[in-house]
Design a binder for this molecule. Structure first.
Ligand code: PRP
Ligand code: URA
Length: 209
């Protein structure tokens, strides 16, 4: 079974509390999502392997550790996942970015795919799938199905707010995928929205409501 990491860092908790507030503006919401993603990304990249290399400093030659060349792909689930990309890119600017377009059908709450474009060498990359919300888990599970069908192997999922129901669904569907979460919430309401949650992440990021 996959590991689930819920972050207890005070900065992450504070900023996650801020994005929940109804009166947080679109501008602040966007900036906070970027900052939280960067803080989470710092920890979620902890497992990346290092290799020893020789360099020359102005003082002498030295053996130092650098990333072992694991190439990274960041894959946001559209739309709201886009808000997490810049924070991750600030840490790993050479990462390639794939996109998966999914929206939840209003009545069935099931994910509907409308776009998928991944780096051609996705099978060789360490893949970070990002989406602020893990509610029923349907979107995340479907996105990871698409990535695996196109050859992706080493995958982690990062979200800001998760419902226990979504965590369970994602772990069952993809027991090999570790999950990084800023906050684990109480559960879902009758419309499959997370409580207390933050509302509709896409609308809050782009001001569409
Ligand atoms: C939201 C969110 C996730 C999905 C989570 O996207 O960004 O992708 O819902 O719900 P689930 O776990 O029940 O699948 P939404 O469908 O609202 O699309 P949007 O980002 O385009 O607004
Ligand atoms: N998608 C959102 O944006 N918010 C929720 O609470 C659930 C799904």
């Amino acid at each position: 079974m996959s590991n689930v990491y819920v972050f207890d860092h005070p900065l992450i908790q504070h900023k996650t509390a801020m994005i929940r507030k109804t009166d947080t503006t679109v501008k602040d919401f966007r900036e906070l999502v970027k900052e939280i993603s960067m803080l989470m990304g710092y920890e979620a990249t902890r497992h990346l392997p290092l290799k020893e290399v020789e360099i020359t400093t102005p003082m002498q030659d030295a053996k130092v550790n650098m990333l072992a060349g694991e190439d990274i792909a960041i894959v946001p689930i559209l739309r709201a996942g886009l808000g997490m990309v810049d924070g991750m890119l600030a840490l790993v600017p050479n990462a390639k970015v794939g996109h998966i377009g999914l929206y939840r059908d209003h009545d069935t709450h099931m994910p509907v795919e409308y776009y998928c474009k991944l780096p051609a060498d996705i099978e060789e990359r360490e893949i970070f799938v990002v989406d602020p919300m893990l509610a029923t888990g349907g979107s995340a599970a479907a996105a990871i199905d698409f990535i695996k069908a196109r050859g992706g192997k080493k995958i982690v999922f990062m979200c800001l707010i998760a419902a226990p129901e979504g965590i369970e669904v994602l772990q069952k569907a993809h027991p090999d995928v570790d999950i990084f979460i800023a906050a684990k919430d109480e559960g879902l309401n009758e419309n499959a929205y997370i409580l207390p949650g933050l509302g509709d992440a896409g609308d809050r990021l782009y001001g569409t409501k």
